[in-house]
Design a protein around this ligand. Structure first.
Ligand code: PGA
Length: 257
């Protein structure tokens, strides 16, 4: 895998106007980084504006949605379907972020249904997995990860492998109270994820990007760059300002060259 993946999920932050300002600013910086696959995951309400900007300026960013409903349509007030996202021209869909699991009762099984629908629709599924603090404390992180991954990928065939990305985001590392994971620990878990991907997809499992996320910032991002199974970084707070995301891009470039 030549490209290194760098992206950000904005969670419930930024209006469409703020999103437009951000992408314009980042685009001013980020043209010079062809070695990265850069992606932005704003709230639904900013997707149209971001798509228009990207298309108009041929900006080098993939665009993602933070979630999707598993059905194409129906009586699901407040939900957004894949055809709606396809109409906008979204490239990828984030599925199973720990906040979705924690606050909206998403399970490995619903993650699997959403992931299958997403890849069948020709979009990339960015599947998030990660153990919580209690699981880590009793030493079942690897077991939990294997279970989440295997369930999430159930029924997804190798011909869809190019539309699967995995983000390892330990719950205890995410957000304001999060403790960034040690590089060596992430490498161990990513090796376990790689094994699971190879078990599912054979040799092509090596081609699936596996990203780390959880309190990544400018001062710790280089800890995650030296392992062949860590193919990118998925960043929250530290990439919500365009210049801070750009700073991380510069650091990652320097460290990898
Ligand atoms: P954080 O968020 O970088 O702010 O910890 C990561 C995430 O939730 O993806």
């Amino acid at each position: 895998m030549n490209s290194f993946f760098l992206g950000t999920n904005w969670k419930m932050h930024k209006t469409a106007d703020e999103a437009a300002e951000y992408i314009q600013k980042l685009d001013g910086f980020a043209r010079e980084f062809p070695e990265f696959t850069a992606f932005l995951i704003p709230p639904y309400t900013a997707l149209w504006r971001m798509r228009s900007y990207i298309d108009e300026h041929q900006a080098p960013f993939l665009l993602g949605a933070q979630n999707v409903h598993e059905e194409a349509e129906g009586a699901y007030t407040g939900e957004i379907s894949l055809p709606m996202l396809q109409e906008i021209g979204v490239d990828l869909v984030e599925i199973g972020h720990s906040e979705r699991r924690q606050y909206y009762n998403e399970t490995d099984f619903s993650v699997n249904r959403k992931a299958r629908r997403t890849v069948d629709a020709g979009l990339t599924a960015l599947i998030c997995i990660g153990e919580n603090a209690q699981e880590k404390a009793v030493g079942v992180s690897a077991e939990k990860i294997r279970l989440q991954l295997k369930t999430a990928l159930y029924g997804i065939e190798v011909d869809s492998v190019s539309r699967i990305w995995i983000a390892y985001e330990p719950v205890w590392a995410i957000g304001d109270q999060g403790i960034p994971a040690e590089g060596g620990y992430v490498a161990e878990i990513h090796a376990c994820i790689r094994e699971g991907l190879i078990a599912q997809f054979g040799a092509q499992g090596r081609e699936v990007p596996v990203l780390y996320g959880g309190s990544v910032h400018a001062d710790n991002c280089t800890a995650y760059l030296n392992d062949p199974n860590i193919n990118g970084l998925f960043i929250g707070r530290s990439a919500w300002q365009a210049d801070r995301f750009y700073e991380i891009m510069q650091i990652v470039r320097r460290a990898r060259s």
